[in-house]
Design a protein around this ligand. Structure first.
Ligand code: NB4
Ligand code: NI
Length: 193
């Protein structure tokens, strides 16, 4: 089972590399790795297991964080309807996104970063992701709200990007203005938790 000791921290070169695509269909070793990443999220969200193994809670993890420079991510969280959404994807890719951007009010953290970093991390409000699941089946799905932010944080890791790279260093709390055509949108996003 994966624990915090398996997670590499900022300063480690792997976190700055562009990860390699996996085989499709996925090989058994990569499938085992991805399953262990999904298990880590489950464990980290179980108060008893998390306490026993000293796990920080996580809603996402990317393979480079366990020092495997391959394009694999796991995401596990609830959506705006409070339903569990769980994904393990090989070679995930954002194939389209909104012009509108958003950010997590409470900022972002990272299992590979052992310090608090405050500031606005701009993210697309809505994305369409393509990838392959544990069975090697193609998945194409739209995400918005918190889930969209988690996917962008994880896909960034596959490209060697850390969340704080996206904070404006001269104006850390800068709020990126939405593009003109969506400022007057009538539809409201659910509040981001
Ligand atoms: C990835 C996230 C950082 C910001 C916001 C938040 C948590 C992570 C990092 C976007 C993606 C891990 C991977 C949480 C968390 C809220 C929901 C449901 C019940 C506990 C869980 C706690 F754990 N970040 N941790 N950080 N990363 N919310 N929640 N809750 O997951 O570095 O690259 O279980
Ligand atoms: Ni992270």
């Amino acid at each position: 089972m994966l624990t915090m000791e398996d997670i590499i921290r900022e300063g480690h070169a792997t976190l700055r590399q562009v990860a390699e695509p996996t085989d499709i269909p996925p090989n058994e070793e990569d499938k085992k790795t991805l399953q262990s990443m999904m298990d880590f999220l489950l464990h980290s969200q179980d108060p008893e297991i998390a306490e026993e193994y000293n796990l920080r809670p996580g809603v996402g993890i990317a393979a480079p964080q366990i020092n495997i420079p391959k394009r694999m991510i796991a995401v596990r969280t609830t959506n705006h309807k409070d339903e569990l959404e769980e994904y393990g994807l090989f070679n995930p890719k954002i194939i389209s996104h909104s012009a509108e951007t958003t950010f997590l009010e409470s900022g972002e953290g990272c299992l590979s970063v052992d310090r608090e970093i405050t500031g606005t991390v701009p993210r697309y409000s809505r994305i369409k992701v393509e990838g392959y699941d544990l069975n090697g089946e193609k998945v194409v799905k739209r995400f918005r709200g918190f889930l969209a932010i988690v996917f962008q944080h994880e896909i960034d890791h596959l490209n060697g990007i850390m969340f704080y790279d996206r904070i404006d260093e001269d104006d850390p709390y800068k709020e990126t203005l939405p593009p003109k055509e969506v400022i007057n949108r009538t539809e409201h996003e659910e509040p981001l938790s």
